[in-house]
Structure formats: C-alpha cells, structure tokens
Design a protein around this ligand. Structure first.
Ligand code: ATP
Ligand code: MG
Length: 321
C-alpha cells in the first residue's frame, strides 16, 4: 500500500504538524510532498510561499523522512496536468458542495477560481499514485469522497484507468491543542506571533517560555480530563507523545503544574532541538537539499507518469503518439 501525504505551506510548521504528520512520514516507498500548489487558492505572497516551501522541504528531510520520498508538488508537473483532466470529469454541482468553497468563496466574485477547482488537484494527487487507502483526518473525508466519485466516473466513461481509493481512518493521532486556548487545535495558519502556537523553528528559550505560560486551571491537581481540564490534558498528551508514554499514567507522577510544565518543556525540546540542529546543518548545504529534492521529483515523476499517460490517451488526447 502506497503511503502518500502532502502538507500545505500555509504558515510556519508547528509542534502539532510534527507529532501528527512529519514524524509519521516513515514509509521508504511513500510519497511525501510540499503541497505548494494548494497554497495559492487565496491571496498569497510569492516570496513567502517560496521561503515556506523550501523551509518545509528542508524540515521534512531534517525530520528523517526517507530520502527519495520528499518532493515539491510544483516540481512534478503530472499533478497539475492530471488536475485539468479531472476538472473535465467533475461537475460544478459537486464542487459547489465542497465545504472550503462554501465557507470561503461562494457568492464572492473575487474568489480565486482555484478555490473552486482545487479538489480536482487533490484528486489528482491521490489518483496519480494508485493509492488504495488514503489515511486522513476527518476534515479530509469530503476530498477523498470526491476523488472516489471522479475516479469511478472516469473509469466508467473512458475505461478502467484509476484505482478507486478507499477512506481509511487514520489511527488515533495526537491532536495538539493551542497552549493559550486548549479547546482549539494548534494550527500553522495561526497568527505568526500567537503565543499558544509552538513553531518548530522558534528558539528553544522561546518555546520553553511558551510552555511555562500555558493556560491551565486553578484546581492545581494534575489529572487527565479533557472536558474539565483541557489545558493540563493537552500538556499530558504532548508529554506522552514526546516520550512514548501514557498520558493517564503520567498524570499520577505529578503533584504540581510547575513540575509538569518543566518536564513538558524538556520533552518537547528533546524532540525539537535535534530537529533544529539537523535543519541548520542541512541548510548550510543547499546543493544537498537540491539533490535530494531532485531525487524525490524524479521518482515521483516516474511513478506518476504512466497513469497520466493512460488518462491522456483514454480521453482522446492522442497527439503525437
Ligand atoms: P492549516 O491551519 O493551514 O490548516 P494545519 O496546522 O492544520 O494548518 P494542515 O496542513 O491542515 O496543517 O495539516 C497538515 C498535517 O498536520 C495533517 O496531517 C494534520 O493532521 C496534521 N496536524 C495539523 N495540526 C495538528 C495538530 N494540532 N495536532 C496533530 N496533528 C496536526
Ligand atoms: Mg488544517
């Protein structure tokens, strides 16, 4: 089973992105990409996009994502090429029902057309590699559903071409919450200076300070209880994820919030500091990064081209043989 995952450079990467995504990108036969084409569906700054794309790719490599599996989406033209063919296989009706478009674009004339069509690009990302199962979080169900519908329709109208993917619920992943508002998810698109968001590349002393200032409650009892103690529970979950421990058992070893926060800070930095060191080391050798990304690009291009060609021919775009 091919493992495939993209991560959109829409803000600086967070601890949540690392624990929930990056560190799980471990399949040497996988395809892991910086989804930069998906970062242009709303107004964007080209320089920031270029910087973030490079930062993401470097962090993926620094995090130990297997060599040869990492690439930048726009380096592999088959994604955009198949996306167009899939736009010609999708209906306005089904795209109008997509949540992102409904929430951010519908009825607004200055909405980018790509906010309407990006689900076709996402379907292309999935279908190009013949992934059978797509392990994603609940927020992605609708996208995989569309990829299924489009693949089924394509196969019916033009002949068997795509593997129809199945949704598979990702194993329960840690959901890191915001340190200042522990009922909300930590997200990379949070404001750059949000103190509740831990950025992977922030200085260690800043990260430690953020953890020491995390919102808790006034009970001063360390207990795992998401409903009534979201702040403390989030800290326990982070500690567990960083030390491969059990959050409920860990709670029993603490009698004060201060001691818990110290240990969370130590554990988070034990994960982040080696990552930062490796990032800094790699960043001094841009040629090596280019080389690794070229390797990833070539492998992705080779793996995705046959399906693009099959789809191209099936739709009657014969051209020069
Ligand atoms: P955005 O605000 O742009 O949606 P995000 O931080 O939610 O940014 P995504 O691009 O939506 O990031 O998701 C990238 C990957 O990171 C996904 O696999 C997602 O499940 C994971 N992820 C995002 N936030 C968290 C979090 N707080 N805890 C655990 N995993 C997370
Ligand atoms: Mg998100």
């Amino acid at each position: 089973m091919t493992s495939l995952s993209g991560i959109t450079p829409s803000g600086r990467l967070t601890l949540g992105n690392h624990l929930g995504a990056l560190r799980r990108f471990t399949d040497p036969d996988g395809f892991y990409f910086v989804a930069n084409l998906h970062a242009m569906t709303t107004k964007h700054d080209p320089r920031r996009l270029a910087t973030l794309t490079r930062e993401f790719a470097t962090l993926m490599l620094a995090a130990g994502v297997p060599e040869g599996t990492v690439f930048v989406q726009s380096d592999v033209p088959t994604h955009a090429q198949l996306a167009y063919l899939l736009e010609c296989t999708s209906y306005v009706g089904e795209l109008s029902r997509m949540i992102q478009y409904k929430e951010k674009g519908k009825g607004r004339p200055m909405t980018r057309a790509s906010l309407f069509t990006y689900p076709c690009l996402m379907a292309a990302d999935i279908l190009l590699y013949g992934a059978e199962r797509v392990p994603v979080g609940g927020d992605q169900d609708q996208h995989v559903e569309l990829a299924r519908d489009v693949a089924t329709r394509f196969n019916r109208e033009y002949g068997e071409t795509f593997v129809v993917p199945r949704l598979s619920k990702a194993a329960l992943a840690t959901r890191v919450k915001d340190l200042q508002d522990p009922t909300a998810k930590m997200s990379k698109s949070d404001a750059d200076d949000a103190v509740g968001t831990i950025r992977l590349l922030d200085p260690p002393d800043v990260i430690r300070r953020q953890i020491m200032r995390a919102v808790t409650d006034s009970e001063n009892v360390v207990r795992h209880d998401e409903a009534t103690k979201p702040g403390v529970t989030n800290l326990l979950e982070i500690l567990a994820a960083c030390t491969a421990g059990d959050p409920v058992e860990l709670a029993a070893s603490y009698t004060s919030y201060g001691a818990l926060k110290q240990d969370v800070a130590d554990a988070v930095l034990a994960v982040i500091e080696p990552l930062q060191k490796e990032y800094a080391r790699l960043a001094t050798d841009p040629g090596a990064i280019d080389h690794l990304l070229a390797q990833g690009r070539d492998r992705a291009l080779e793996a995705s081209s046959p399906r693009l060609q099959a789809a191209t021919r099936a739709m009657g775009l014969a051209g020069s043989a």
